[in-house]
Design a protein around this ligand. Structure first.
Ligand SMILES: N[C@@H](CCC(=O)N[C@@H](CS)C(=O)NCC(=O)O)C(=O)O
Length: 215
């Protein structure tokens, strides 16, 4: 087995890559990184000095890949399986990447802002930044609701990179800023994502760590 994923089972961007791996039953070794352990943090920094996970190491190709989107593109290109994560059609691939960017920047990042603020000590909170993040989430939920009125997955009928990005972003965003009754299509999309076997497995494996999440 040449692939090792450096990750944490609770971490949302790690969920994104785990979904891609599980979609295609891609064999990999899981290295659970505890960032509070100085040795484990130092080992991650060796691989990717930015110090964020997931990071994929491929010994067979002597490649180290950070960044969830890039990892998924790498897997799709070098370890393809029955679920093609990026369409081969260039225009469809562009639309898929657009949705991946949308979910990362306009759902995942504001969700991280709200969650991160809950972990800050009193006196160091950023209420203005949190208000902006909540407003951004509200705008995004409306956009998702309109688009998902006529779609099963983010790109239509085919599950893709865009859904890998959407699942953890929407799951955790909904925990801290619930998707409203008025956004029934967005809620139904999240329900479909949670029921998808690849993401259901990721959530099951995250369960023992959920107590660490600041609900
Ligand atoms: N753009 C990165 C974001 C990765 C990221 O934010 N990872 C978080 C976990 S979900 C992390 O490593 N947090 C620990 C830290 O920032 O110290 C990606 O797409 O992989």
């Amino acid at each position: 087995m040449s692939l090792t994923l450096h990750f944490h089972p609770l971490a949302s961007y790690c969920h994104k890559v785990l979904i891609a791996l599980y979609e295609n039953d891609t064999p990999f070794k899981a290295n659970n990184v505890d960032l509070s352990n100085p040795g484990e943090r130092a080992a991650l920094l060796e691989l990717w000095p930015i110090g964020k996970f997931p990071v994929l190491r491929d010994d067979a190709r002597n490649q180290t890949m950070p960044e969830s989107t890039i990892i998924i593109e790498y897997l799709d290109r070098n370890y393809p399986g029955p679920t093609r994560l990026l369409p081969s059609d260039a225009d469809l691939a562009l639309q898929t990447r657009l949705r991946d960017r949308f979910y990362d920047h306009y759902v995942h990042e504001p969700m991280q802002k709200v969650v991160g603020d809950r972990l800050r000590p009193q006196g160091e909170k950023d209420p203005h930044g949190v208000e902006e993040a909540r407003a951004r989430l509200q705008t995004s939920y409306g956009m998702i609701d309109r688009e998902m009125a006529s779609r099963t997955w983010a790109m239509g009928e085919a599950f893709s990179l865009a859904d890998c990005a959407a699942a953890p972003a929407l799951f955790y965003a909904n925990e801290v800023f619930p998707i409203g009754e008025a956004e029934a299509n967005a809620r139904a999309y999240l329900d479909r994502l949670k029921a998808r076997p690849s993401y259901a497995r990721v959530l099951k494996e995250a369960e023992p760590y959920f107590a660490m999440f600041p609900r």
